[in-house]
Write a protein that binds this ligand. Structure first.
Ligand SMILES: Nc1nc2c(ncn2[C@@H]2O[C@H](COP(=O)(O)OP(=O)(O)OP(=O)(O)O)[C@@H](O)[C@H]2O)c(=O)[nH]1
Length: 505
């Protein structure tokens, strides 16, 4: 009996414990769905005080069905919420296009949101992360408001920002060309500083106008230089033409005087013939002959003298013409040399001495023709990482020096059959001919790796310079622009993936 009551006691205790546990557990699901809430409340009622297990079992059965149905609803709910979150993070990512760190975080979150979300806890963790990103994004966007002065260089490569960046790069390129010609020009220095510190559209337009005015002035003075050369060539040619006219005139005069002399000789001979036929005596004939012979001899002497004078004049003229021709040849040669220099300098980037964009345009045209004849072509774009910070920390001159060193590094570490040009700013363009995609990536990887290990030292500070590369293989229907745009998009991916890498696409 005692044993039985002890067992009963224990049984009651277990029942109580179990009831309490089920009550606590059921509270956890409170607020999940009204019908489940209701049934949970009923179950708790059956288990509170003296538990009624018969009713509780019925209630548990009902709950089981309700929970099974709600499982599908829960899945649908988590899926919808995750999709909504994804949209929100995407919208946020668009706002963060110039903040690499936050944009990268947004990309990572989007990748997680693409995975199936299987329970409410994962959903909650995603929500918490998205909220955190949202708050950081909000801070960043509010700091970017117009009152906040942003660094000069535009980073976004799309739409207006891309246009802005390309105008900005063009201006910088033009500026560096002119800075070489006129290193001490205060106006140039002022524009450079303006571009480095300010990025309002007004400032950009103002700089455009000033630079265009400079170019026009420069072109005008170049034209007058060319005009001088042409004038001088014209003068030389004029003198030669003059000489030729003189020579023709001289010959004509000589011909006339010879004709006159010949006519005189013919007349003298006729007279002599008449005299011979009409002479009565031998003595008269001898005298006539003597006098005609004298006449003939002096006519011949005159003719000889005239001939000699004519010949001398001709020699003088020839001498002067030769002199003019030599001068003309010298002038033409120096003009040709100047022209060749002008062509080279118009195809060369003034700062890095690499071929410039115009040279690239010519080269890519030839390379595409070679591609059509079967030589593979890879187009790559390289961009120095965090270059702005070199300028900011060590000054623009060090920035320029860095660009020169990077340019030299690229040129020296790629074979001569490959083409390297400066695209503008801190961007370079490379054409690799005759390599497979793997071969081209391998060549760039070597260049990239070697650059990253070069020991740069600025103002006693050791600095690591790295570059990111985007590369693509030319396809059969590609235009030069198609290939460039693809390589540029890959460069963008390389930057997003953390820089100092080569991305093929
Ligand atoms: N010294 C110097 N700076 C230049 C020249 N051309 C462009 N720049 C500067 O290059 C910088 C480019 O900076 P960003 O486009 O922000 O890029 P970044 O700092 O290199 O960063 P990531 O490309 O995102 O790695 C700007 O600050 C320009 O002023 C140049 O010829 N000489």
């Amino acid at each position: 009996m005692v044993m039985e009551s002890k067992q009963l006691q224990a049984f009651k205790q277990h029942n109580h414990l179990l009831s309490q546990f089920i009550i606590r557990l059921s509270r956890f699901y409170d607020g999940f769905e009204p019908r489940i809430d209701e049934e949970l409340q009923t179950l708790r009622g059956h288990l509170a005080g003296t538990p009624n297990f018969t009713l509780a079992t019925t209630s548990i059965g009902k709950l089981e069905t309700l929970l099974q149905n709600s499982d599908a609803a829960l899945k649908k709910y988590t899926k919808e919420t995750a999709a909504e979150l994804e949209d929100t993070v995407k919208a946020l990512q668009m706002q963060l296009n110039s903040n690499d760190k936050l944009r990268k975080q947004a990309t990572e979150q989007l990748m997680t949101l693409n995975q199936p979300v299987d329970n409410l806890f994962s959903l909650q963790s995603l929500l918490t992360r998205a909220l955190r990103l949202y708050r950081q994004g909000l801070d960043y966007v509010s700091k970017r408001s117009p009152s906040h002065t942003e660094p000069a260089a535009p980073v976004d490569k799309k739409g207006t920002d891309k246009l802005y960046a390309s105008i900005y790069q063009e201006l910088n390129q033009l500026l560096s060309n002119y800075a070489q010609k006129k290193p001490d020009d205060p106006q140039l220095r002022e524009i450079r500083e303006l571009l480095d510190t300010q990025q309002s559209e007004d400032a950009l337009l103002h700089s455009c106008v000033v630079i265009i005015r400079m170019i026009v002035q420069d072109a005008m003075s170049d034209a007058s230089l060319t005009g001088k050369v042409i004038q001088s060539l014209h003068n030389s040619l004029g003198k030669i033409q003059h000489g030729v006219t003189d020579t023709i005139e001289q010959s004509r005069q000589q011909f006339d005087s010879r004709q006159t002399v010949n006519a005189e000789l013919r007349r003298q001979l006729d007279d002599m013939e008449d005299a011979v036929t009409q002479s009565d005596t031998l003595e008269a004939l001898r005298q006539q002959a003597h006098s005609y012979m004298q006449g003939l001899s002096s006519t011949l002497t005159e003719r000889e003298e005239a001939d000699r004078a004519g010949q001398q004049a001709l020699l003088d003229l020839m001498g002067s013409m030769q002199h003019q021709l030599t001068r003309l040849q010298r002038q033409t040669n120096s003009y040709k040399k100047k022209l060749a220099e002008q062509i080279v300098s118009s195809q060369t980037d003034a700062l890095t001495r690499l071929p410039n964009r115009s040279a690239y345009n010519n080269k890519v045209r030839q390379s595409i023709q070679a591609f059509q004849r079967g030589t593979p072509l890879a187009v790559a774009v390289a961009d120095v990482d965090h270059f702005k910070s070199i300028n900011d920390r060590f000054g623009h001159a060090t920035g320029d020096k860095t660009l020169q060193l990077v340019a030299r590094h690229l040129r020296q570490n790629l074979s001569d059959s490959h083409f390297v040009a400066r695209w503008g700013g801190e961007e370079f363009i490379i054409l690799l001919q005759g390599l497979t995609a793997d071969g081209a990536v391998e060549a760039l990887e070597k260049v990239r790796d070697k650059l990253a290990s070069l020991p740069f030292k600025f103002k006693q500070e050791k600095v690591t310079i790295t570059a990111s590369f985007g590369i693509t293989m030319l396809k059969s229907d590609d235009s030069a622009d198609d290939a460039f745009n693809r390589a540029d998009a890959m460069l963008y991916t390389a930057k997003r993936q953390g820089r100092n890498c080569v991305v093929l696409g």
